[in-house]
Design a protein around this ligand. Sequence first.
Ligand code: FE2
Ligand code: FE2
Length: 362
Amino acid sequence: MDTLLAEQRRHIGDFQVVDFVDEEQIAGLRKKLDVDVPLELHWTWEYGSEVEELRALYERGKKGQWNAEEDIDWSIPLAREEWFMIKEGGALMPSVLSMMGADDSICRAAAWDEFSHLISQLLHGEQAALQLCGQLVNTCPTMDAKWYAGSQVIDEVRHVEVFSKFLHRKMGVIHPIDPTLKVLLDSLLAAPTWKTKVLGMQTLFEGMAVGIMDLVKRANTSPLIADIITRVHQDEARHAAFGILTMRRTVREATPDEMTEMEDFSFNVLETLNANQQLDMLRDLCPKYGLDAENVVLMLLGQENWAQFNSDVFMHTVIPNLARLGLITERTEAKYRACGIMWGDRFGTAIDGDVQASLPGS
Ligand SMILES: [Fe+2]
Ligand SMILES: [Fe+2]
């Protein structure tokens, strides 16, 4: 499998980044609203349960429903004039600005912008998850998978609802989708088989989402954000569990060639996300604060313990999950380590508690 987004690659120092700098090209990606999706719809006449663990997860999902309009206390304010996350290490831009001696109000403004940018990207990701789960309802072979995917559709609708309302009501902005994210999400939506879609969305992207949301939870100090992220994170943990349960069976039945394909696909998607090194965000926000995006990345890459802190979000859930599925092998492990997304034990230090709780028998 070839490197993804090869034409966008270049080097910053020794590190190969994915970098979009052509505004027209970025606008073109955002304007591409129609995606050709080859979808094979599958009927089944087996209405009883064939995949017990998915039925259990579906039952768990029914109990975990919540109402984004009524269960969230939208009266809790979020003020631009106050910090809503820890000042040190809560986000990249304010940390860099603080190191450069910027005053507190500038650092706070940058934290606001970076957070609204992050939640906007999560929002666009939620829309992709919604569309993809709709596809899974059609294309998954068993009734259990269809029921589960159907239940995930309403979860994803709720996530689109809660993040878009949060951005509208509290932050006043929705940032456009980052180009690297758009390309990757389009490729999952257009993937030819349901197995690749589940590996891409539920295993890789939702595994990443669980890690990102946990880091946000730890850094943030606003009760409103805490409530929203905790609720979404619990749903995402079920979705990541669906990825694990489905991929366990898929891996058991896979030929050596199919295994190689899945191993390479997983590595390429995660490597590409990492290769962006937040340049899409930095290119958007840095000019406003007099920073140079490339210098920020160069500075990060030059830190002594870069690989360790860079791998944090990957080692939280997605890498340990892939390792447990047998999708990180001796052949690919060195590649993960070389690009700074695997650190320490390949199984991580702990698997996310909510993901663990969603797996049957735990
Ligand atoms: Fe979601
Ligand atoms: Fe999800």
